[in-house]
Design a protein around this ligand. Sequence first.
Ligand code: AMP
Length: 282
Amino acid sequence: MRIISSVQEMHDVSNELRSHGKAIGFVPTMGYLHEGHAALIEQAATQNDSVIVSVFVNPLQFAAHEDFGIYPKNFDGDCALIEQSGGNILFYPSVHEMYSPGFSTSISIGTITEKFEGTFRPKHFEGVATIVAKLLLCTKPHHTYFGQKDYQQTMVIKRLIQDLHIDCTMHIVDTIRESDGLAKSSRNVYLSSDERKQSCILFKALSEAFQAYHKGIRQRERLNTIMQEVLNESSDFKVQYAATADAYSLDEPDEFEKIGKVVFLIAGYLGNARLIDNMIAE
Ligand code: AMP
């Protein structure tokens, strides 16, 4: 696997691949990779000639009180997982390389960033949109891959690609879960063994709301209460939001249409771990 840490070299390699008519797939990550990331890389490998994976913990998307300084790392493990999953290029720039002195540009997406994650992480999506735009400009992919696990993020990136006319197709890959339903996440390493046992509560709450929706319940408050009641079974989970929204607009009408697509969204803290998950029903 080729490891690239300079922006100029990344430009040169991507230009070279494109000049030879090679399809480029790109998977942006923050490292400490697991089977969720592997699913993205594997899908990219089936659809492209070359798969670039970036590992970059982006300071712009973390607030001062968040875990930027302690975000878990495993460089050797990441390289092995990328290779096993079909990636052939690792883009691994330093913070200094991505944000050289004087850097002052940022991308703000608008209304879809204001609720849910945006309420609790006000500058987060500005940081995400800015780094993803920069990474897409460096790697010049034909296809890029994101996880449904970060549902609102997929909406933000979709908007970014459309609004900035970025010539790249975005693919959304299903959430990969542990056997008890917990969505795989690099941050699960922060859970104590007792918290790990309680952490399946998110999947349980989402599943119950999903079943209720399929039985015909369309009132938003009833669906949210179903999730909240399940989450209350864990005394330690501190809910930030447990919400039901239109899956296309994130609007929250009192009652959803008989036919449509909704997303159930949950986020909160279990000890030091911030957990986030979602499920779509239609
Ligand atoms: P991260 O390294 O957490 O920034 O995630 C990098 C990409 O992997 C994002 O598009 C995530 O949505 C995706 N991802 C993270 N966890 C999972 C998972 N359990 N299943 C599928 N995709 C995931």
